[in-house]
Design a protein around this ligand. Structure first.
Ligand SMILES: [Zn+2]
Length: 144
């Protein structure tokens, strides 16, 4: 009994010492903070890991696809600032900036609507990457 408790406590502290992924539910308050920052249209792939007493975050934020690089950069910096201010437990936040694209939700079962959303996304992508006409190439498949 005592031995078992000892092993469990040991296991827990080992988990805390080495990298431990944080359950996404625990990251919900941070997600709320991110979404409240002006210019943020959405966020995804929010992940966190604990190393010792430090918490490292990794998140993709979505911004207006046609805003300037400096505007997008400023939004990213504001996100970082708000995260540190509101959640001091976070030691470092890695923020990736993505263009916000109309979502293709699994709920869109109406073929016309689905095509509309696809076309809208394609139009945005053509404006974003005018040189590349090969939107069906592998590198773009994830966007379409
Ligand atoms: Zn992304």
């Amino acid at each position: 009994m005592i031995l078992k408790a000892g092993i469990e406590t040991g296991h827990q502290s080992v988990l805390e010492l080495v990298d431990a992924a944080i359950p996404s539910k625990e990251l919900d308050p941070i997600k709320q903070t991110i979404l409240l920052v002006e210019g943020v249209k959405g966020c995804h792939r929010l992940r966190g890991r604990r190393a010792g007493s430090s918490l490292y975050l990794d998140v993709h934020i979505e911004v207006d696809p046609f805003c300037s690089v400096s505007a997008a950069h400023d939004i990213g910096e504001n996100v970082r600032h708000q995260i540190h201010k509101t959640h001091p437990v976070v030691s470092e936040a890695f923020i990736h900036i993505d263009p916000a694209l109309p979502l293709i939700s699994p709920g869109v079962d109406e073929p016309t609507k689905f095509r509309e959303v696809l076309l809208q996304r394609k139009k945005i992508l053509m404006r974003l990457f005018p040189v590349s006409s090969h939107l069906d190439s592998l590198s773009f498949r994830k966007w379409l």
